[in-house]
Design a protein around this ligand. Sequence first.
Ligand code: ZN
Length: 330
Amino acid sequence: MSRFVLSIALGALIVFGTSCVQAQPRFAIIDMHFHAERPDAEGPPGGKVCAPYQEWAPRDPGRPIEEYLEWFTLHPTCRTILTAPTESAVLRDRGIAMLKRYNILALAGGDAATVEDFRSQSEGHILPAIGFGQSLDFPSVEGLRKLFSEGKLWAISEITAQYSGIAPDDLRLDPYFALAEELDIPVGIHLGPGPPGTAYFATPEYRASAGDPMRLEAVLIRHPHLRMYAMHAGWPMSDAMIAMLYAHPQLYVDVGILDYAYPERDFYAYLRRLVDAGFEQRIMFGSDNMIWPDAIPIAIRRIQTAPFLTARQKRLILHDNAARFMRIEG
Ligand SMILES: [Zn+2]
């Protein structure tokens, strides 16, 4: 699909003010990190998550991993525990209901079939993206090109190759960056946290070191027209993240998962560090809702109630920065 046709399609998402001088955004919030998933995507259906966790429990390597998982997946210690729906349609519909209730436009990543299922039911609240990387079963570039031509690929996101031990500058990812640069669509790449200790129970190849924001640099230099954002803002490597944001002004971040699952003081300290470093126009809201739609309002509330953010900064993070990055809504 040409850019011209795409922009006409985009016009349907925008409601202009009566003066026709200033576009009024249709959506109050843009979620750059929404997942279209089935209930078994994060382990056995009905899994739990803390919103937020208050601590990360220790593991005794001499004890069975099941004891650790008992804490993490079944009986986490925190005040608010979210439980995932076990039916696909319920999970989908609750997620979409949240998007409608809070007037959110979500960039939804996942496999093509699940994303299309969500999008078709969303009444315009979902922009489709394709994510991959947790296994080495990467999609074909031609398949992505076809999805783009059908209007079903607004971004390549979330690339989760860190779970396979593959860092951003690994050349196995380069064809996807080249494609995104050619098609002029954004790329979101997972940098930072997985489930704590995931290498020992879920994704053996996950490496924290493959989430170093410094590993973005070769990609950004190789593809100077690429619009890339670091998902999870490269937590906890704020120094490296700031170095990359400073050196590469086209780079953005989102704060997915940190904003509902990470201890409040840590999330706020991390977010504040990026804001204080001067990057309030490069931080985007993301829920990283996977299978817990109830996480979305919690994530929003933590931005809205952050004591160190001005009203303008909250608006930038919740909406305006993503609109600028995605080149939507004026
Ligand atoms: Zn992620």
